[in-house]
Design a protein. Structure first.
Length: 289
């Protein structure tokens, strides 16, 4: 299968390219320097020349706090850019995978969110990503919208790498214990996408590593695994704190745990438990360091 990947130099995009190549696909990856998704003409030209069977659209504006003041920038990439990819993919008859986020929900639910629960984004980032979902549904006839959460991987900056560093440098770490979600290892998500793309089971999917935790519990696991696997000298004492103690420009969902009903009902392989994904990441991170 010929697959075009946007955001190919990003955290998820790099693993998507690698995993899809391992699955035997002909993969063409573009980063923002090579493909400006906000340019409709350029997007249509590149997709038209390559004639992919599928487009995995990882490129996004992901600076959650910056988006609160850079509203136009967020919508230009996440809404208009996604519209451009949807139009270009549709024109050549390609399947479209749009990577979305738990931020399309307001986080007030007591239970995990289902794929077709009402969305109610509270941040500009969440609203712009939801706009991308709507445009994908409107303009593509062969789409997969894949919502994920708390993503980390070997490439780029992320929460796990930050905590590994701070855990060995700081005497005290205070981490939010009243926001709950599911950490997602990019390799596991990429493997799921590789399975999904082979099907015609279109629609909305929730795809994160299984199970859930708070950011505090996530940090506990990171530092524990670092001490065991990396033999790291953890100096930091870990303390739970509240969201109110660390105010941020953009609202964070208190509950962003997502139910994987679409994965189960479509007979696909669910992502493994988040603890197993984390241990694998730390082992791989160790071998790269």
């Amino acid at each position: 299968m010929k697959v075009l990947v946007t955001g190919a130099s990003g955290q998820l995009g790099k693993d998507v390219v690698k995993v899809f190549q391992e699955h035997g696909h002909d993969v063409l990856g573009y980063d923002r320097e090579q493909l400006d998704i906000t340019d409709l003409q350029q997007t249509a030209k590149i997709v038209g020349q390559y004639q992919p069977d599928a487009v995995v659209h990882c490129a996004a504006y992901t600076a959650v706090d910056a988006a609160e003041t850079d509203v136009d920038g967020a919508y230009q990439v996440n809404a208009a850019g996604t519209r451009n990819m949807a139009l270009a993919a549709e024109k050549v008859g390609a399947k479209l995978v749009y990577i979305s986020t738990d931020y399309v929900f307001d986080g007030t639910a007591k239970q995990p969110y289902h794929e077709y629960d009402n969305t109610n984004p509270q941040s500009i980032y969440g609203k712009s990503k939801r706009a991308g979902e709507v445009l994908t549904q409107t303009l593509s006839s062969r789409y997969f919208i894949v919502r994920t959460s708390w993503v980390y991987g070997l490439h780029g900056n992320n929460f796990v790498k930050t905590m590994l560093k701070l855990g060995q440098e700081k005497p005290l770490l205070q981490v939010v214990n009243d926001q709950k979600g599911s950490p997602t290892y990019t390799v596991d998500l990429a493997r799921f996408l590789a399975e999904l793309i082979q099907t015609e089971k279109y629609g909305i999917y929730h795809a994160s590593n299984s199970g859930s935790c708070t950011w505090y519990e996530f940090t506990q696991a990171i530092l524990q695994d670092a001490a065991e696997i990396l033999d790291a000298k953890i100096t930091a004492k870990l303390e739970p704190c509240s969201t109110e103690q660390f105010p941020r420009p953009a609202a964070r969902p208190r509950n962003s745990v997502m139910e994987h009903i679409a994965i189960r009902t479509n007979g696909l392989n669910d992502l493994r438990d988040w603890r197993k994904g984390l241990r694998d990441f730390i082992q791989n991170y160790c071998s790269q360091s």
